[in-house]
Design a protein around this ligand. Structure first.
Ligand code: ADP
Length: 485
């Protein structure tokens, strides 16, 4: 069943929505959820940096009250430095005595000192609630010098701002951005989908027309290289199908016509024998002969149609045997003696070096090729009734067979067409039965054998049909050896 939901538009929408939702989830996560932990992490990082800075200054004796004041002020922080006995060496109270390390909380400092001393790093830090304002602060204690013999302590304290209001501002911003993104995303994906599907929809419409038998449709794939290539291929397919279609029509028309003519003749002469010539042996004989000739023509036509359809469908297998094409030509020419004696045709057979050329091919099919080409030469050669059959050795593995007539020749623009099924230049009277399928059969057979073939022709001079067979030349010396065997 056709899934109507799986359109390009829906797919683009779905993927775009997934993309936007992913961005939103990331946004919500980094701002909405991890804001607080990121803030705390940054604060801790700052505190550590400041502690290190003080430590360096302290150990290098560069420490001045002014520089510490600056640090405390810049970082909104309270700093207290005590000596080993807990006496104040330096203090800065940024938060006006509201620091945990000053004023009335100072009494608790010994607890934090103890915690720092007991930690392996000599550092203690924690989030501690300031009961006075009930706000969270970050408290940091670092032992100066060795833990077993401390030379003093650094205390740092900074308030942790409540992020609730910031969070709600960001949340409403994100919400706003989310809505905008969704609307924008849907809009963009809609146009994107339309852009993509437009040439496809156009092509589909044309394809439907073609499906209904209109092969003149033009496929238009403008927009993308891929759709343009598709349209081009379809245009090519349409023109090819239209050719095949008109060929098919011609074929049916021609076959029906060619079947009807001999059938009409057979019927007419049979009626003549029945009504008129039945008692006249000479006339009857003549009419019966015509009936036989016409039946032969019918049989030849039907055979050719069958042969061609077998060859074209690929169901005709080739049974290869090794034989001498030279001998085959001579043998076939023997069968034309009658034609030559009775009708005055001259057949000239010649072969290069008088060599035998052995090939591996389907002997019956190659015979058919020779017959078809020689019959055509007989049918189309001119008044002088000359037909030349030549074997040319091209090289050790190739021989070219040429069948030449001295007829009217073939118009150059018709040359590419004559190997097509049922092409006929004109309805001409033939000496030998012709079905209009001869050259198509020749073409199919030679193609099946992978033999090259072609035609050259000159108006009022004649035509030469040729094909090249693959095999080997059997030289005279070799033949001698064979004969002695
Ligand atoms: P047909 O039975 O009509 O000869 P073919 O398939 O053998 O059918 O040939 C197709 C057409 O090619 C012929 O009708 C004719 O117009 C042209 N043709 C073939 N052989 C020759 C030739 N030797 N000289 C001139 N025209 C030829």
């Amino acid at each position: 069943m056709k899934n109507n939901l799986k359109t390009i538009r829906n797919t683009v929408w779905i993927y775009f929505t997934i993309f936007i939702v992913s961005i939103l989830v990331l946004l919500w996560f980094s701002f909405g959820i991890s804001l607080e932990s990121t803030y705390k992490r940054m604060k801790t990082h700052d505190i550590f940096e400041i502690a290190n800075y003080i430590l360096t200054d302290w150990s290098e004796d560069e420490f001045t009250n002014d520089s510490l004041d600056r640090i405390a002020y810049d970082n909104n922080m309270c700093i207290l430095i005590q000596d080993a006995y807990g006496n104040r060496v330096y203090s800065y109270d940024m938060m006006a005595s509201n620091c945990l390390i000053h004023g009335f909380y100072a009494a608790d400092l010994y607890k934090y000192r103890a915690k720092a001393l007991s930690s392996t790093t000599g550092i203690y830090y924690a989030e501690v609630n300031n009961p006075r304002f009930n706000n969270n602060t970050m408290l940091f204690v670092m032992v100066l010098g060795d833990r077993t013999d401390p030379s003093g302590y650094i205390f740092l304290n900074t308030s942790l701002e409540p992020l609730d209001s910031t969070k709600s501002i960001i949340n409403s911003q994100i919400l706003w951005i989310s809505v905008m993104l969704l609307i924008l995303g849907l809009g963009i994906s809609y146009f994107l989908a339309r852009l993509i599907e437009t040439p496809i929809v156009r092509i589909t419409k044309s394809a439907k027309k073609m499906g209904q038998g209109d092969y003149s449709v033009k496929f238009d794939g403008r927009g993308y290289t891929e759709t343009e290539a598709l349209a081009e291929t379809l245009n090519y397919a349409a023109s090819e199908i239209s050719k095949v279609d008109s060929l098919r029509r011609d074929l049916i028309a021609n076959i029906s016509h060619d079947l009807r003519t001999p059938l009409t003749m057979v019927k007419a002469y049979a009626e003549m024998i029945r009504d008129l010539s039945g008692d006249n042996p000479a006339k009857r004989q003549e009419h019966v002969n015509i009936i036989i000739e016409e039946s032969d023509r019918l049989a030849a036509l039907v055979n050719d149609i069958l042969d061609l359809s077998k060859l074209e469908s690929g169901s005709a297998e080739i049974n290869k045997t090794t034989f001498s094409i030279t001998k085959k030509i001579h043998e076939i020419m023997g069968r034309y003696t009658l034609l030559s004696e009775q009708k005055g045709y001259n057949f000239y057979v010649s072969a290069d070096y008088d060599d035998d050329f052995e090939i591996e091919a389907d002997v019956i099919k190659i015979e058919q090729v020779l017959y078809n080409l020689i019959n055509n030469a007989v049918n189309y050669t001119g008044e002088n009734k000359n037909v030349y059959i030549t074997q040319i050795i091209v090289d050790e593995t190739t021989a070219r067979i040429e069948i030449t007539d001295t007829g009217k020749g073939i118009e150059p623009e018709l040359l590419p067409l004559i190997f097509d099924r049922y092409y006929r230049a004109e309805k001409s009277k033939r000496e030998v039965i012709g079905t209009g399928l001869g050259l198509s059969i020749v073409k199919q057979i030679l193609k099946q054998h992978n033999f090259k073939f072609g035609v050259r022709s000159e108006i009022n001079v004649g035509s030469t049909f040729w094909f090249e067979v693959k095999g080997r030349a059997v030289h005279d010396t070799e033949k001698g050896v064979n004969e002695n065997d």
